[in-house]
Design a protein around this ligand. Structure first.
Ligand code: NAP
Length: 286
């Protein structure tokens, strides 16, 4: 293997240490950042993600609470729960764990969270601000990806980044954030023709598709930085990315593993957003 493996866990740990120091300082000023997570139903993956978020909060000293609701909850009941959380002065960030059951409108729920408490960065106001390059709460996974790329010491200015996947939570926002860093961005999706011809032109390749082992060495030119966002569970229980790690690591300059690459950065950026939200809300009149 010639590529350097980007150790997302270690990078996340060092950012969390910085966040913990900042939380400690805020507490001395009488500000205790707080996060509320709303969890609907029994989906094991959602429960495991929420557990990771609570653990992350504990690690850095952020107060957290989880509100669990039955799968059968009505849209009105869920709205009422969020309205109650909004009134709590000790809560600066509100997150609704997705996906929600099919009878619930996710869009209506996300619109209810005030933009200043939207620590997932999904509220249309925050998305709009990100599009025009204004200060906002950024979506966690895309923000974490940009941080990971920056740890390689690569100057994004003028680099050709190819992103595969155009979802609202990863592909589109990461493309915008990289564009703001002055990269030249090509955004690919399921209708893209001659995918490998495009990906082979990349200095940096970000793969966010959700198909195990889709990308192989035929897609990657020597020296490319490869960021694998995919998280796929195989029938044997093994967790793998969208990239065939072993063969791509032969040609790439840097590569993220799955697990242990992008994943740990997502929760870390959520913690950072909660602290940012707490500061913005409590220091408003300063
Ligand atoms: P998504 O909403 O399902 O979007 C997948 C995207 O991939 C779509 O834009 C789709 O194109 C495109 N696509 C599908 N097949 C393709 C192909 N053969 N060639 C090129 N493009 C193709 O998924 P997502 O929510 O963005 O998540 C993507 C992956 O990242 C998943 O594995 C997810 O679990 C993972 N993820 C990880 C984290 C983390 O923290 N590590 C966070 C979020 C997501 P169309 O738009 O044309 O359908």
């Amino acid at each position: 293997m010639s590529a350097v493996v980007i150790d997302g866990k270690a990078i996340a740990r060092s950012i969390r240490e910085e966040i913990a120091r900042e939380v400690e300082q805020l507490k001395q000023e009488g500000i205790h950042p707080g996060l509320a997570v709303v969890l609907v139903g029994q989906d094991p993956a959602s429960h495991s993600y929420v557990k990771g978020k609570v653990k992350g909060c504990e690690e850095v000293g952020i107060y957290s609470e989880v509100v669990c609701l039955e799968e059968s909850v009505s849209q009105a009941e869920l709205h009422e729960t969020i309205e109650q959380i909004k009134k709590k002065t000790n809560i600066h960030g509100i997150l609704v764990q997705l996906p929600l059951p099919p009878h619930i409108s996710e869009e209506a729920v996300l619109d209810l969270i005030p933009a200043e408490k939207d620590v997932d960065g999904f509220h249309p106001e925050n998305v709009g601000k990100m599009v025009i390059g204004k200060e906002s709460l950024l979506p966690c996974t895309p923000h974490g990806i940009v941080k990971l790329i920056q740890t390689t010491g690569t100057d994004l200015n003028g680099k050709h980044v190819v992103v595969i996947g155009r979802s609202n939570i990863v592909g589109k926002p990461v493309s915008l954030l990289l564009l703001q860093e002055n990269a030249t961005v090509t955004l690919c999706h399921s209708r893209t023709r001659n995918l490998a011809d495009l990906t082979r032109q990349a200095d940096i390749l970000v793969v966010a598709v959700g198909k195990p082992h889709l990308i192989g060495k035929e897609h990657v030119s020597p020296g490319t930085i490869v960021i694998d966002v995919g998280v796929n569970r195989l029938e044997n229980g093994k967790l793998v990315g969208d990239v065939r790690f072993d063969e791509v690591a032969e040609v790439a300059s840097y590569i993220t593993p799955v697990p242990g690459g992008v994943g740990p950065m997502t929760i870390t950026m959520l913690l950072a957003n909660t602290v940012k939200a707490a500061k913005a809300q409590t220091r408003k009149g300063d």
